[in-house]
Design a protein around this ligand. Sequence first.
Ligand SMILES: [Zn+2]
Length: 286
Amino acid sequence: MSSHQRTQGYVPGAWGSSLPPAAPSFAAFAPDGAGAGFAGVGARAALDAARTAAAAPGARPEYATSFAPPEDPRAREARAQEEALAATRAAAARTEAERIERENSGGPPRLRTVVLPHATLPRFLAIASANSARNLETCGLLLGRENTRTRYVVETLLIPKQHATSDTCTMDEEEGVLGFTEGRGLITLGWIHTHPSQSCFMSSVDLHTHASFQRMLPESFAVVCAPKSDPNFGIFRLTDPPGLQTVLKCTAKQAFHPHPDVPIYTDADRGHVQMREAPLEIVDLR
Ligand SMILES: [Zn+2]
């Protein structure tokens, strides 16, 4: 049996055991319950399928033409219009169902708002200033929690133990970070780092770092602070699709490398990340 038959209500065995082969056409036009009484669920499903088929445009049941008087041309036209309208409505319903299906499964995720306290940037820049003066990057994690079903709020700027160069920054002792985050029941919502001498952009290294955050939480965002540049900060996320998928699939071995020419990342501060007045705690693990 094909899956098409299965979805159309065809159940093998139900007919064969209870009804002769000719029974479906009888059951199809019998009053409610007459067919179902013979073969239960299978017969009812087939009855429904037959009714659907009979109601389809161009598939008028034979009894209608055999016993009805010749049809008025205006009535035929009205019926054609009705059928066209029904077909349009059915197509619209299918499109809507497909849209909902796409949103719920493969489509781009609908992002929840993330509130980022205004104080985050100036306070992080102050913490980073000693490194920035030596042309070294600094990085921090933005931790928070789910505030309502539609919103996350950043509460804590955590500065992990780390080592850096002028264009990279790597967290050390990640267990300590994990212990802190889990102990407090916090979620990693984003990360922040400086570009002490470069402009404000996401390097390929940054993109790979961020992909591992965003694959865990679609709302994850990256803040880049570039104190010597204008603009001096940016809040970014990978496009999804195609940026997130492109970076996750990338197997380049060199730290800095080009990516395919597709829109890989985008601003998040005019999107789901909103800077507001909100309390911020600083925790420096260094
Ligand atoms: Zn890459």
